[in-house]
Design a protein. Structure first.
Length: 381
């Protein structure tokens, strides 16, 4: 009488095929002689393999449940007692079944990547570009069929349409079956007897084509724009992949980008920073083709502005790529100290310093306020 195969795998008699397969995978990983050097590992591995051979086959399992021994007549799956399929061991170690049967000639194409340089204004406000791309396209001679005469592929005479050749190897564990792609049809299960002369049976050729790229407002350096279905056509004229266009933004002489904000720097004379002023800064939008007459951006500089202060203009930055609204324009003010004073200008500044009690100023380190003694001195003055 055969062993209790359910007990060997550690499952109930009502176990589902998936539970049986899961139990076998677990035990096979533990007991395989390549990973387990215990003296009885080889015998136990062979035992669980035999149990799985019976319980994974509905007919053999039914015979065993009725009290018979499905292996007594030599009807094992490997062509003899103790035979097994090597794919089941691969399942146990890699957790998934290997692809079986012929593979399709028609496959999805690969994605493609293209890099495009744009000006800062084009990235901020959006632009449309006409591109030339070199990708695989459907062969216009055979329309993707791969055959010169349009005839469908014929079944492979070597593998008889299976796409693989079975090999049986004797071992101490029994007969081990392995499957290798058919060398004649390369795993397709069929052969093209009269390949297309244009694409050599691939169903696709490389060609240059034109396409329109809409670059949305608000993209930044490194942003990728996806064009669905504009990538490489797959083998056999299969569905094309996607085209990804990576945006590269050229450096601007005035403006820089900080997220959704635009930044620039202006230099003001000392008197303008002290008294306050209004500036008109050329708009970045004016760099776009056809918008050179765009109105400037007005920046209000408050009286007493210090060098390094930042004045923000709401809504004059880059549109948000995801979401509503725009960032700000941030203007950094640099106060310029005059260096070429004449006698009259120097006298006026000396008079101003005297009226502000700054003719002998007290130095301050960093941003620390004036000392208590300095404020008392000012009070006595």
């Amino acid at each position: 009488m055969a062993s209790d195969y359910y007990a060997v795998l550690g499952v109930q008699r009502t176990a589902t095929p998936e539970e049986i397969k899961k139990a076998y995978r677990k035990l096979a990983r533990q007991l395989h002689p390549d990973v387990n050097d215990a003296p009885d590992a080889s015998d136990r591995f062979k035992e669980v393999t035999t149990a799985y051979e019976v319980l994974s086959d509905p007919q053999k399992r039914q015979m065993f449940d009725r009290g018979g021994d499905p292996l007594s007549s030599g009807g094992g799956r490997g062509g003899g007692p103790g035979g097994f399929n090597f794919d089941d061991i691969m399942d146990a170690f890699f957790g998934q079944s290997q692809q079986r049967g012929p593979r399709s000639r028609v496959q999805r194409g690969q994605d493609a990547l293209l890099r495009v340089e744009v000006e800062l204004a084009e990235a901020v406000y959006g632009v449309t570009r006409e591109l030339k791309v070199d990708t695989a396209v459907v062969c216009d001679v055979c329309a993707g069929r791969g055959s010169d005469d349009g005839a469908p592929p014929a079944p492979c005479g070597t593998c008889h349409g299976q796409g693989a050749i079975q090999h049986v190897q004797r071992s101490l564990l029994g007969d081990i079956r392995t499957a290798r792609p058919c060398p004649t049809c390369h795993g397709f299960g069929s052969v093209i007897t009269d390949p297309c002369r244009s694409c050599d049976g691939e169903g696709r050729v490389r060609a240059r084509r034109s396409l329109t790229l809409p670059i949305p407002p608000g993209v930044d350096h490194g942003t990728r724009v996806q064009l669905s279905g504009e990538g490489e056509v797959g083998p056999g004229g299969g569905r094309p992949g996607d085209l990804y266009v990576e945006i590269r933004v050229r450096r601007h002489p005035v403006y820089t980008r900080a997220g959704d904000h635009l930044e620039c720097q202006v230099t003001l004379p000392m008197t303008a920073a002290a008294l306050g002023t209004t500036l008109d800064i050329p708009a970045l939008r004016g760099d776009l083709e056809g918008e050179s007459d765009a109105p400037p951006v007005t920046v209000d500089v408050e009286p007493g502005t210090q060098s390094g202060d930042v004045v923000s203009v709401r809504g004059e930055g880059a549109p948000r790529l995801r979401g509503a609204g725009s960032g700000d324009l941030r203007v950094t003010v640099v106060v310029e100290t005059p260096t070429d004073l004449d006698d009259a200008q120097r006298a006026l500044l000396q008079q101003l310093a005297a009226t502000r009690h700054e003719d002998q100023p007290e130095a301050r380190l960093g941003s620390t306020p004036r000392s208590v003694f300095g404020r008392i001195k000012d009070a006595f003055r």
